[in-house]
Design a protein around this ligand. Sequence first.
Ligand SMILES: CC(C)(COP(=O)(O)OP(=O)(O)OC[C@H]1O[C@@H](n2cnc3c(N)ncnc32)[C@H](O)[C@@H]1OP(=O)(O)O)[C@@H](O)C(=O)NCCC(=O)NCCS
Length: 184
Amino acid sequence: MSGQLNIELKSETLPILLRVPGPSDAKALLEILNNPSNTEFDPHAGDGNLQLADIENIITRMCSSAAMDIPDRVNLVVVDTSLDNQVVGLGGFGHIATDGDERIGDAGIMLQPEARGKGYGVEAIKLTMKYAFDELKLNAVTLTMLKKNVAMWTLIEQKLKLQGTERESEFGTEKSYMVRAKDW
Ligand SMILES: CC(C)(COP(=O)(O)OP(=O)(O)OC[C@H]1O[C@@H](n2cnc3c(N)ncnc32)[C@H](O)[C@@H]1OP(=O)(O)O)[C@@H](O)C(=O)NCCC(=O)NCCS
């Protein structure tokens, strides 16, 4: 059973692709997840003190989920093919919920500071959306972030032309966006 393990979302316009992480990505993911500038707006992030063994366990869990016939998450690393296939970020679906007959994926994207400002963020989200509807056959995709994460919601509103809703959470005001398959 390989499920989504071998998927590769390749951009036609930028030198990036998204794929499921493997054991050899542990060091790159450690740097990404321990970089406070990547997690400053993520209330669920750790204290920036993850160890290599933690990341190896995380990757094992990511692979197990991706291998499922109906995955409950598909985490994907972002690879810069112009930099000798360096892993520069993490995206995909941190959670795919089943609600009655519907499956709804929550998408995210996190890029190392040196990979930002090149259009990779919006391209990764677009590739993820297309994958959600064409391959995973999800009914909808949500994007949720704290309101103080101006970069993320500006990207969504300016580049994807989506309108969000706001709600209060224990971590502050959140902005949330939903795209249904029929609207993509
Ligand atoms: C949010 C993030 C993914 C954006 O990635 P990026 O590759 O720099 O974004 P892009 O280059 O694709 O930018 C697309 C648009 O987003 C908006 N944008 C991006 N960064 C912005 C910023 N710092 N401030 C305001 N708007 C910003 C702009 O509209 C930009 O379009 P423009 O370049 O034509 O002005 C990146 O800043 C990041 O990884 N942040 C840390 C992790 C994080 O918070 N992720 C979101 C979790 S929900």
